[in-house]
Design a protein around this ligand. Structure first.
Ligand SMILES: *[C@@H]1O[C@H](CO)[C@@H](O)[C@H](O)[C@H]1NC(C)=O
Length: 213
């Protein structure tokens, strides 16, 4: 086909697309984590923040003491079919390196509560009105998988933190959610030893959090 004909064929194909077809739900990136339940994908968030560590003696390994991250709604972005698998990696990589929050679509915050429980509060963001009345997950780690070799390293070269599956801890705090997957991670891991580290320090990371109801 010559290029003029190709162009024409493309134009015809685009014109034939239904006008407002809502995109199919995106697929969770593949890993060795247990597959998502038959429940609904509620929201995909970009998490942008830090993993926190404390240090003792020089020869010791840093101890993980939690994390804090702002959460931004990227559901529409990861739902664009042509982006597929690679788009998500690009998204978190770019977020970590350029501190891109994708237009202030903030939907909440991820932190560790006073008991050290990983917590996702989706009621505090500028878009939280869309999630009125719920979407809070007090979670417990269920499964972990090493980030893939091709994972984007963090700004300072730190390897990517593992991918995780966390589930409702069933402590009565959760509303509207039952599971979250942390995938497409970038950076966040601590150096192997405490040599040259402060007593407490943070490492920037980015990840996608896929929330299921
Ligand atoms: C992690 O570090 C940040 C930045 O210093 C801090 O705001 C946050 O409270 C810390 N969280 C934990 C669980 O240590």
């Amino acid at each position: 086909m010559n290029s003029m004909l190709k162009l024409l064929a493309f134009a015809v194909a685009v014109a034939a697309l239904p006008a407002c077809q809502s995109p199919a739900p995106p697929n969770l990136p593949k890993s060795t984590l247990p597959p998502p339940p038959k429940k609904d994908l509620r929201i995909v968030a970009l998490g942008l923040g830090t993993q926190n560590y404390t240090c003792g003696a020089e020869t010791e390994a840093p101890k993980s003491v939690g994390a804090v991250a702002q959460l931004y709604d990227v559901t529409a972005l990861v739902s664009i079919p042509i982006f597929g698998d690679w788009e998500a990696e690009y998204l978190t990589c770019n977020a970590n390196h350029a501190n891109t929050n994708y237009g202030q679509r903030k939907i909440g915050v991820h932190y560790f509560d006073a008991e050290g429980t990983p917590t996702f509060d989706l009621t505090t963001g500028t878009r939280s009105v869309e999630h009125r009345g719920g979407l809070f997950l007090s979670a417990a780690k269920k499964a972990s998988a090493d980030a893939p070799d091709k994972a984007c390293p963090g700004r300072n070269g730190a390897p990517a933190v593992p991918w995780l599956l966390l589930e409702d801890k069933k402590n009565g705090k959760t509303r509207g959610l039952s599971q979250v997957y942390r995938v497409n991670t970038v950076g966040g891991t601590a150096p192997e030893t405490c040599r040259g580290q402060k007593k407490s320090f943070t490492v920037d990371y980015a990840a996608e959090y896929w929330f299921y109801t």
